[in-house]
Design a protein around this ligand. Structure first.
Ligand SMILES: NC(=O)c1ccc[n+]([C@@H]2O[C@H](COP(=O)([O-])OP(=O)(O)OC[C@H]3O[C@@H](n4cnc5c(N)ncnc54)[C@H](OP(=O)(O)O)[C@@H]3O)[C@@H](O)[C@H]2O)c1
Length: 179
């Protein structure tokens, strides 16, 4: 069990937190408006969740999940993130974040900007290509099945929604034999 600190508790932060809780971790949620605005969420999450400031969420966490708009990066608690591992789920959306010519011209990326901003933090990009809805979809059912398959001695791999599983399946009949 690990303590996962969240900077950003919106669609993505709360979806990842739900999955983290289901996997047995503790979560510390933070946002820009303060802990009072998170009381309802952490009450719903239960005893393994609490609200904190972004700085505290960074300080107490074994792993920090960053899920805020790219345009808010300058407001991150840089000192508290020193020495931490950050899972950066953030994307750049010009209509929301304002234009960044360096990204538009391919001279850098959001994660490189973050790594430059946090030189003493280990930054890993992840979860940014999954929608918040997909992060939640089938979480419980898939987790139960995944644990069961792993218990049988196999290594379950989640390859996405059912519609992506139209690939060939196992067929016991030899080629050419009707079955
Ligand atoms: N939505 C998706 O499906 C999706 C999928 C992949 C990646 N992403 C990316 O993930 C990031 C988060 O997206 P989202 O949809 O979760 O956004 P969202 O629902 O708008 O939530 C943003 C969260 O960030 C918090 N926040 C903003 N500035 C902050 C700061 N300086 N310190 C701490 N918290 C701060 C907000 O708190 P307040 O509300 O208190 O301001 C809010 O909790 C974005 O970069 C987005 O592009 C989104």
């Amino acid at each position: 069990m690990a303590v996962i600190g969240f900077i950003g508790s919106g669609l993505v932060g709360s979806a990842v937190a739900r999955r983290a809780l289901a996997a047995g971790h503790q979560v510390v949620m933070s946002n820009s408006r303060g802990t009072r605005s998170l009381q309802r969420l952490v009450r719903e999450f239960g005893p393994a969740a609490r609200a904190a400031t972004p700085g505290e969420a960074a300080t107490v966490a074994d792993l920090v999940v960053l899920a805020i708009p790219y345009g808010r990066f300058p407001r991150l608690p840089r000192d508290e993130l020193i020495g931490r591992i950050v899972l950066d789920a953030c994307n750049y959306l010009p209509y929301r974040d304002g234009r960044d010519p360096a990204i538009d011209e391919g001279r850098t990326s959001t994660t490189e900007v973050l790594a430059d901003l946090l030189p003493y933090t280990r930054v890993v990009k992840g979860l940014n290509t999954i929608s918040a809805g997909q992060l939640l979809a089938d979480a419980t059912a898939k987790q139960i099945v995944t644990h069961f398959i792993n218990d049988l001695g196999f290594d379950a791999v989640d390859t996405g929604p059912l519609s992506t599983r139209r690939a060939p399946h196992f067929d016991p009949a030899p080629p050419g034999n009707p079955h």
